[in-house]
Design a protein around this ligand. Structure first.
Ligand SMILES: [Zn+2]
Ligand SMILES: [Zn+2]
Length: 338
């Protein structure tokens, strides 16, 4: 099969690798669409190697034993290789499982865990069914496109009475705009990249402000009649954004960290006790909420067509990564068969 590789000199392309072979409850999925995530950062750093990607949607083409899926099923391939048995897995919070399985040891295949590939292996219970009337590209937004911010908004119970601040409008934050508008909230986005600021407005963001605006805090407080923001999601990982969420949160507000970042100063008294804030971290979403996220996807088709700005054949993966580096894109999807 073909898989995407970085050659270490600013070039990338396809190489041949052996097809993975299903074993036990790991099934073989023929990948029809690969949503692109943060892999471009490695390309930018002249990384050399293959085995990229954690997002895929496709069709079950081979199983080793009867289980939860059958050949021909269209599925979202959920991320990670959790145990399926611990308390976190059983409650749908498998993304936080601490007993990650080694798929290569279980299946004996040296491939199948990277999604920039024509085939992947996944345990059957993490192959989530795609409704017949939902395209592969749209279904793929149930991964990092809409997933992390959906999980954040489920936890914070975002609704039409809320003003939601979303800092960082890359593909994850733009997905957050779709999720928040679906719930009827007023959305304030923070982004300096003009392409992404414009796309956020097209997706329905009510306000998009520049993080370098000296009056940023005042402008947000004015929008919220001096009260502050009800709920915030950071999708940038930037320390400045982490601090901004705290500074503009209303008393008893909610703040969720989605973008990964380092340490930032937090004052127990001023920020937490007096404000009564609730701070959360969120990675993906509870698996039991998958049908709800699929409902969002089904009812947001026009939004998703704007959100997915580019589709590339995987043979042009270099061109696709080069475009991602410019930031002049929303979510991008690869076709591993062209
Ligand atoms: Zn587990
Ligand atoms: Zn991702």
């Amino acid at each position: 099969m073909k898989v995407a590789a970085m050659f270490g000199d600013g070039t990338a392309g396809l190489i041949d690798k052996p097809n993975p072979i299903p074993k036990e409850d790991y099934v073989l999925v023929k990948v029809h669409a690969v949503p692109m995530c943060t892999e471009y950062k490695m390309f930018k750093a002249n990384h050399k190697g293959d085995g990229f990607g954690h997002e895929a949607v496709g069709e079950v083409v081979e199983i080793a034993q009867p289980g939860l899926v059958k050949i021909g099923d269209r599925v979202v391939v959920q991320p990670q290789y959790p145990c399926g048995r611990c308390q976190l897995c059983l409650m749908g919070e498998y993304i936080h499982c601490q007993n990650t399985k080694n798929v290569r040891d279980i299946t004996g295949s040296t491939t199948g865990t990277a999604t920039y590939s024509q085939y992947v292996l996944k345990v059957d219970w993490l192959c989530s069914p795609i409704p017949d009337d939902v395209s592969y590209e749209h279904a793929g937004m149930a991964l990092c496109g809409l997933g992390p911010t959906f999980g954040a908004m489920q936890q914070m119970q975002v609704d039409a009475l809320d003003t939601v601040l979303i800092t960082g409008l890359g593909p994850v934050g733009l997905g957050g705009v779709i999720n928040a508008k679906y719930r009827g909230a007023c959305v304030i986005g923070i982004e300096s990249h003009p392409y992404r600021a414009n796309l956020a407005k097209e997706l329905g963001a009510d306000f998009v402000l520049d993080p370098n605006d000296g009056d940023l805090v005042k402008k947000i407080m004015d929008i919220t009649q001096g009260i502050g923001v009800d709920k915030s999601v950071d999708c940038s990982g930037a320390l400045q954004a982490h601090r901004l969420m705290i500074d503009v949160a209303r008393r008893k507000g909610h703040v969720t960290f989605v973008g990964e970042g380092g340490e930032f100063p937090l004052a127990a008294s001023r920020d937490m006790v007096r404000k009564g804030l609730t701070l959360r971290g969120n990675w993906h979403y509870n698996l039991s909420d998958y049908p709800k996220l699929m409902k969002v996807i089904r009812e947001s088709r026009k939004q998703l067509d704007k959100f997915i700005t580019h589709k590339f054949p995987m043979s042009q993966v270099q061109k696709a990564w080069e475009l991602q580096i410019t930031g002049n894109c929303g979510k991008m999807v690869l076709d591993p068969w062209s």
